[in-house]
Design a protein around this ligand. Sequence first.
Ligand SMILES: Cc1cc2nc3c(=O)[nH]c(=O)nc-3n(C[C@H](O)[C@H](O)[C@H](O)COP(=O)(O)O)c2cc1C
Length: 356
Amino acid sequence: MKRKKEHKNKLSATTSRKQSHVELVVSEQVSHRSVASGFDDIRLIHNALPEIALTEVDTSINFLGKHLDVPILISSMTGGYTDAERINGALAILSAKYGAAMGLGSQRQAMESKLFHNSFKIARKENPTGLIFSNIGAVEVARLNSKGKIGKIKMLIDLIEADALIVHLNPLQELLQPEGEPDFRGVINGIEKCVQSLGVPIIAKEVGAGISKEAAKKLIEIGVRVIDVAGAGGTSWAGVEILRQKKKERRKLEPFWDWGNPTVDALLQVRELKKNMTFGLIASGGIRNGIDIAKSIALGADLAGIAKPLISTFMNEGEKELDRIMEELIIQLRYSMFLTGSQNLPALAKQPLQRI
Ligand SMILES: Cc1cc2nc3c(=O)[nH]c(=O)nc-3n(C[C@H](O)[C@H](O)[C@H](O)COP(=O)(O)O)c2cc1C
């Protein structure tokens, strides 16, 4: 009886955490404050002689074996509670309509119970052939591996027929989260086991504090196929977790609100590894318009990921406005390509950038 009650409490802890994350992100100011993504400090060089027509600009890319119409990732956000089904459904429809990739939010809850499996499954239902990623936290990966149970993650991948598994690295968030587990021992071994045994490519991402060159190198050496730098300058997960803390705890943690490597710095660092290593690169953390996406591609990224603007718009303004955001992003990207004389993404990737 006692064990059953404990299990129920644990269930509701993960479920209500995912719900409170969305509520806070949508209703509070949770961006980094004094640290910027860095996109406003660099400029694509204007080409007064582009020698291409806007109509022939091609934004498509092949990524992890699938075709995307745009180099955009709807970044991992949610799942595992009642309303998450509606949110993931809308985001999956968006990804299918515009040919973008989509990451599901952490699927830890789906390992604890089947209750909200539909909140994840809906993504594959609404986007049957698109590029969709599973998601699990690094601490969970280490824990499962230490018990010889990494195979349990296979169920999460199968649930949505995922094309890849994202492992999120979130030491800052674990540190500041009221129920966090700041113990990263065994994470590298756990991710290596995922690479060897799960049968899908592994993507490693941060959640807004950035991945350094050294960390990325370790990850690629153990077989991680894609690095999503998820840098600082957008949503601050330190900020979100500080707001979830009791008032008397907040003052102590407040200085960490802006901790992290800004997105552009992280991209500049990690792309250096491309000289000697083969891997996919995703830019995320504070991508706010299509020019940021174009700059990301010119900085070596294959895709650019966006989280908060999409969920805030959906929750505050509804599904139609999601279309508006996506259309604006794509038009801004296409115009940036035209204005730099880049007919396609490989041409954009070769464009020089200037520090302002
Ligand atoms: C409501 C919300 C929930 C999130 N949950 C997850 C998650 O479960 N797993 C994960 O890897 N990242 C998660 N993230 C982080 C985002 O994927 C992204 O890395 C980060 O928010 C930075 O992007 P942004 O500045 O565009 O918001 C979440 C973001 C938001 C806004």
